[in-house]
Design a protein around this ligand. Structure first.
Ligand SMILES: [Zn+2]
Length: 216
């Protein structure tokens, strides 16, 4: 059954893990970036933070101010959502959490050719995860691939279509099953996206088999 509310957003498990600090670094980056676009997920994270700080009540409070009780935290779950405006990034399409990981502007990065129309810049220093930016020309398919782990894509610009769903700026596409899917960049704008893979990704098909050699 399609669920339009959760589609295009991280899962509640992701957001709870992010709020508690339990989520992996790469996925935390993706969620921090998504949240610059998404008031709904920002509010969810705030509520998880309130709840988890209440659950840690028994530990000595570092400051002398009165700590929130669990009851108060539960009441806060019903409180109206405060959606603070996030300052628009004046310098381009890259949200601040991702920008903080970059050495310079997009054009200056060490983009690697992957396929006609598709370049990839891979971040260093994410243990056990593959975290990268992709730059994809409209009309380009992002290959058939299968997953052993979880893959999350955050669209920074342009539009991507996969299995009948169109993803635009700020949307998250999640794939954690073993089926083949076939994302394709549509429209007329170059698509930049952040990709986080928690397991080994295997490209399938003749070109894909060659590609596996240099994505390992
Ligand atoms: Zn969201």
């Amino acid at each position: 059954m399609g669920n339009d509310m959760s589609q295009k957003h991280p899962t509640q498990e992701h957001l709870a893990g992010y709020a508690s600090g339990a989520l992996s670094e790469g996925m935390s980056l993706l969620i921090a970036a998504h949240n610059t676009y998404c008031p709904k997920c920002r509010a969810d994270v705030e509520r998880f933070e309130t709840l988890s700080s209440a659950l840690m009540m028994e530990e000595p409070a570092p400051v002398a101010t009165s700590s929130p009780s669990l009851e108060a935290a539960m009441r806060a779950l019903d409180a109206p959502i405060c959606t603070r405006p996030i300052a628009e990034d004046p310098l381009g399409i890259v949200p601040m959490p991702i920008r903080a990981e970059l050495d310079g502007p997009l054009d200056s990065l060490g983009w690697k050719f992957r396929l006609p129309g598709l370049h990839e810049y891979t971040f260093d220093g994410f243990d056990g995860e593959h975290v990268s930016l992709m730059r994809i020309r409209p009309g380009t398919g992002v290959l058939h691939h299968t997953h052993e782990g979880e893959e999350a894509t955050l669209i920074l610009s342009g539009q991507m279509e996969d299995q009948g769903v169109r993803y635009g700026r700020g949307d998250v596409a999640l794939n954690d099953h073993n089926d083949n899917h076939k994302p394709r960049v549509v429209g007329d704008e170059i698509c930049y996206c952040l990709i986080v893979m928690s397991g080994n990704l295997k490209f399938t098909g003749p070109v894909g088999r060659a590609l596996n050699l240099f994505t390992r």
